[in-house]
Design a protein around this ligand. Structure first.
Ligand code: SF4
Length: 180
């Protein structure tokens, strides 16, 4: 005997299912769909898969997706690995195909997000068009390094005296001048 929770509807009936020879005896089901669910669970359990895939668009780094049907429960891990390798780099709308055949199950994966990716792509195209027309050509001038910062007079005054003359000048409050 196996205990199951029917996930066909929000009621979530707690079922017991046991084989009596070739017949599956199901109890605890609130309706006949519970029997179908128990039969599927006991023979070929399947699940819908809902997850996200990565995109190349900074504004929309991940896109929500789902399977367009159920896949065998035993294929879930293989399916997740396949989806982890997908990176969307094209405009997609809700319902568009992300992957035609997920983990050789024959089930499509479709986008469930709104048109964020399409909007992002439009923004990208607009930006690149602006960049091509507006950005002037690069000059051939070499790069100019910034000059080294000038010594701070305050730091010079704070420096420790190097000889007796410097010590006397510091004590008198005069500026220190080094003669070459
Ligand atoms: S057995 Fe029927 S009522 Fe109970 S959870 Fe399943 S579908 Fe819902």
């Amino acid at each position: 005997m196996k205990e199951l929770y029917c996930i066909t509807c929000p009621t979530g009936c707690r079922l017991t299912a046991a084989w009596n020879d070739d017949e599956l005896v199901v109890e605890g089901n609130g309706c006949n769909r519970g029997v179908d669910f128990a039969k599927a669970e006991m023979t070929n359990p399947t699940r819908s898969l809902t997850t996200t895939v990565r995109t190349t668009f900074p504004g929309v780094p991940v896109l929500p997706v789902r399977t367009d049907g159920e896949i065998p429960k035993e294929k879930i891990m293989e399916a997740m690995k396949a989806l982890n390798n997908i990176v969307i780099n094209d405009a997609l709308d809700c319902g568009d195909t992300v992957l035609e055949d997920l983990a050789e199950t024959g089930v499509r994966v479709i986008a469930t997000g709104d048109a964020l990716v399409r909007k992002e792509l439009k923004n990208t195209i607009h930006s690149s068009q602006m960049a091509e027309s507006d950005v002037p050509p690069l000059a051939d001038e070499p790069e100019v390094e910034a000059p080294p910062p000038e010594e701070d007079e305050a730091n010079e005054e704070d420096a420790a005296p190097q000889n007796e003359e410097e010590t006397q000048q510091k004590q008198k409050g005069r500026p220190h001048i080094t003669r070459g």
